[in-house]
Ligand binder design. Structure first.
Ligand code: GDP
Ligand code: IMO
Ligand code: MG
Length: 431
């Protein structure tokens, strides 16, 4: 894996609407890194790693945890649900994965509380047909409180009087909205306080000043891998607003969310699926609402790793990915799930959109308002061969090679690696 990692701290980002296969690639790359950091998002993420048919789904813990002797850091930019975290730790330990001194949690990370999940649910119900289709993990409300300066952070847990006072005040305020606006039941701050005091003790061994930890890692020339969650088109600024998540998904967010200088990110690696998927609502010009869309869902196992929801499927959208490449400054890419297209006689790539009587080859910032946007396709022949057992670049069928070359030409970046199945070993190095 030297080619992908040489001498560089790398930021790995999803270039579509999430679920590009980031977890699998992080797990592979971790072999050549010392530290893996999650810098944004929370348990809305579901990153799958398959090792010899054993499946692991990570939500909050970096996917690097499955390798021995690696540091895994949950940075200050993550919305941390301690209950979910402890559950995840329990699951991993059951599978004999070590989670002890190798996990570090930022004391600056904002905590997700039950009222965040409640507000996520209520806000979605209120929106009716306009709902975002969130994962209901309380992510939006947690980040809202962070920015509104009503948040409570991990460090606050270790000052019980201060925590109690703050929590009481916040819950009392939330209850006014819950009861008066939503006609919902009030929450008990005392119950939440007791539960979170217990969580505090359980997560205490992992909590530290990750700013200092990361600075020391840089000083000691440790190799750092930044594990992006979600996808660039769900980014709060550059995604398909308002059908987005509430964090800075893109590479710029990695410096802030990990508490490290942007100069320490030497390379940006984009992960893109050979077709497109999206969970939840929002624009998706190349969506296939037909038997082929259903086929891709089945063949690709496109069901949410966090919520189990069926993912919407469609052709590769090069307009959207080009936009993601631009906002991230992507150096090179990994193309995943090539095997899912093995049985297609013809493969389409969306290279532009038409809206009214105009054609666009740039991603429109107001895509959500352009629901009638139609895709313009370029067609390439399929390879009609099983690629899942392919490990050598010389075995790539010529039509598959043509598909990859065409994408590289349109996108202007090289594809360094192909993924041809869920398992850790199912990859082909292209450089
Ligand atoms: P992430 O959120 O980006 O980590 O992606 P998810 O784990 O949510 O979704 C990717 C799904 O595709 C998981 O079920 C993976 O096991 C699976 N997967 C990853 N790479 C490949 C691949 O190359 N081929 C196939 N068939 N499945 C893959
Ligand atoms: P990974 O890291 C795919 C989507 C939700 C919804 C929108 C907002 O596994 O790629 P949120 O709960 O974040 O407020 O939901 O974002 N979403 C994801 N879609 N993969 C993810 O993560 C996602 N995390 C959030 O479906 O449309
Ligand atoms: Mg996922």
């Amino acid at each position: 894996m030297e080619n992908l990692t040489t001498g560089s701290n790398t930021c790995l980002v999803g270039l579509q609407w999430g679920d590009e296969g980031k977890g699998k690639i992080v797990d592979i790359l971790t072999e050549s890194f010392d530290v893996v950091v999650r810098y944004q998002g929370g348990s809305n993420a579901g990153h799958t790693v398959v090792i010899n048919n054993e499946k692991f789904v990570l939500h909050l813990i970096p996917s690097g945890i499955l390798r021995k002797n690696k540091w895994c850091v949950i940075g200050s930019g993550v919305a941390l649900d301690p209950g979910q975290l402890l559950e995840e730790i329990g699951e991993l330990r059951k599978k004999n994965i070590e989670v002890s001194g190798n996990l570090r949690i930022s004391e600056l990370a904002h905590l997700v509380f039950p009222y965040h999940k409640k507000f996520d649910e209520l806000s979605e119900s209120e929106k009716g047909d306009e709902k975002i289709g969130t994962t209901r993990r309380g992510i939006g409300p947690c980040y809202t409180d962070k920015m509104a300066r009503n948040g409570i952070r991990v460090a606050d847990l270790y000052h019980p009087d201060h925590f109690r006072q703050r929590l009481k005040k916040v819950v009392e305020e939330k209850n006014k909205i819950l009861v008066r606006l939503y006609d919902a039941e009030a929450l008990s701050w005392k119950d939440i306080y007791e539960t979170y005091c217990e969580y505090a003790e359980q997560i205490r061994p992992f909590v530290c000043n990750t700013v200092v930890f990361m600075a020391d890692a840089v000083k000691a020339k440790k190799k750092i891998l930044f594990e992006g969650a979600q996808g660039s088109l769900l980014d709060v600024d550059f995604g398909t607003y308002p059908f987005i998540t509430s964090s800075s998904v893109t590479a710029g967010g990695a410096a802030v969310g990990a508490g490290i200088s942007p100069r320490q990110i030497h390379k940006v690696l984009g992960i893109m699926k050979s077709y497109t998927t999206r969970v939840g609502s929002g624009p998706f010009p190349s969506e296939l609402n037909d038997a082929l869309g259903e086929y891709l869902r089945k063949k690709g196992g496109e069901y949410g790793a966090t919520t189990g929801r069926p993912r919407r499927c469609g052709w590769f959208d090069a307009v959207a990915v080009k936009h993601a490449i631009m906002v991230n400054g992507v150096d090179s890419a990994v193309l995943t799930k090539l095997d899912v297209l093995d049985e297609q006689r013809t493969i389409k790539i969306c290279v532009g959109y038409t809206f009214g009587d105009k054609a666009y080859d740039l991603f429109p910032p107001d895509l959500a308002a352009r629901s009638e946007c139609q895709p313009i396709y370029k067609e390439v022949p399929g390879w009609l061969r099983d690629t899942s057992k392919m490990r050598d670049r010389n075995d790539i069928p010529s039509q598959a090679k043509n598909y990859i070359d065409t994408l590289e030409k349109i996108l202007g970046i090289p594809v360094e690696m192909l993924s041809v199945g869920p398992d850790r070993g199912q990859v082909v190095n292209l450089v």
